[in-house]
Design a protein around this ligand. Structure first.
Ligand code: ADP
Ligand code: MG
Length: 239
């Protein structure tokens, strides 16, 4: 379980996360909605320890991300896919995917390559294992990014606007992969502005507004007139 308790984060005088309480249990698909600047990326970055909290706590499967001695264990539990693909440009798709399993988990090369090959096939990139990022489209690169995260066999997949740099056709191919992962029971926390998609695949929707958690509701309730939509801020955002 990802356990977020009163998480608070400031940048100077700007309180970017303001006492966030949130739990993500295994098997859940939780989408995070909110306007630009509401704190969505910061929340993801605090969960994987890229940013330090100023107050409250976050633990991943019992490992406190604020404790330097537990951070590596916490990080092993989750895989993150970012908006910009962050692939190593001098490495092929296969090398990008096998690097961390070999270096961090000490998986033998042959096994790591078998896993990577299977992951690439699963996202429709069987023929692109030896392509460099520059030879791939944005949608293909993002699919490699998803494979790279999955190669570490994370318990949780954190996704931060993974389609926002993509054109509609490429967005569709990446969303299709995420829908498949969700259907397979992958636990996901995903920040998105694809509202219709969030509605289709999430079990819960979380709404952030200026660093505060305005709603945390089952998806059907979030989109119901007497649920999330009853909050003017959310109704305004969705319209
Ligand atoms: P979102 O992902 O919802 O668009 P962010 O989490 O990226 O929002 O940003 C929330 C707020 O925190 C914004 O006001 C942003 O300018 C500020 N912020 C984010 N990262 C930093 C940083 N490293 N230094 C200073 N301010 C930051
Ligand atoms: Mg963001």
């Amino acid at each position: 379980m990802i356990l977020i308790d009163g998480a608070t984060k400031r940048f100077g005088a700007n309180t970017v996360l303001n006492g966030i309480d949130l739990r993500i249990a295994p098997g859940e698909v939780v989408s995070v909605l909110g306007a630009s600047g509401s704190g969505k990326s910061t929340l993801i970055r605090c969960i994987n320890g890229l940013e330090r909290l100023d107050g409250g706590s976050i633990s991943v499967d019992g490992h406190d991300v604020s404790d330097p001695t537990q951070l590596q264990l916490a990080r092993r539990c989750s895989g993150t896919v970012f908006q910009m693909f962050n692939l190593y440009p001098h490495m092929t798709a296969l090398q990008n995917i096998t690097l961390a399993p070999m270096e961090v988990l000490k998986v033998p090369r042959r096994e790591a390559e078998e896993t990577a090959t299977a992951l690439l096939a699963a996202v429709g990139l069987a023929g692109h294992a030896h392509a460099f990022p520059s030879q791939l489209s944005g949608g293909q690169r993002q699919r490699v990014g998803i494979c790279r995260a999955l190669a570490m066999k994370p318990r949780y997949l954190l996704l931060d606007e993974v389609t926002s740099a993509l054109d509609p056709e490429m967005t569709a191919e990446v969303l299709e992969i995420l829908a498949k992962l969700a259907a397979d029971g992958t636990t996901m926390l995903f920040v998105t502005h694809e509202i219709e998609f969030a509605r289709q695949i999430s079990s819960r929707v979380v709404f952030l507004d200026q660093g505060r958690l305005l709603a945390d509701l089952p998806t059907v309730q979030f989109f119901a007139a007497d649920g999330g939509l009853a909050q003017p801020r959310i109704a305004q955002f969705l319209s």
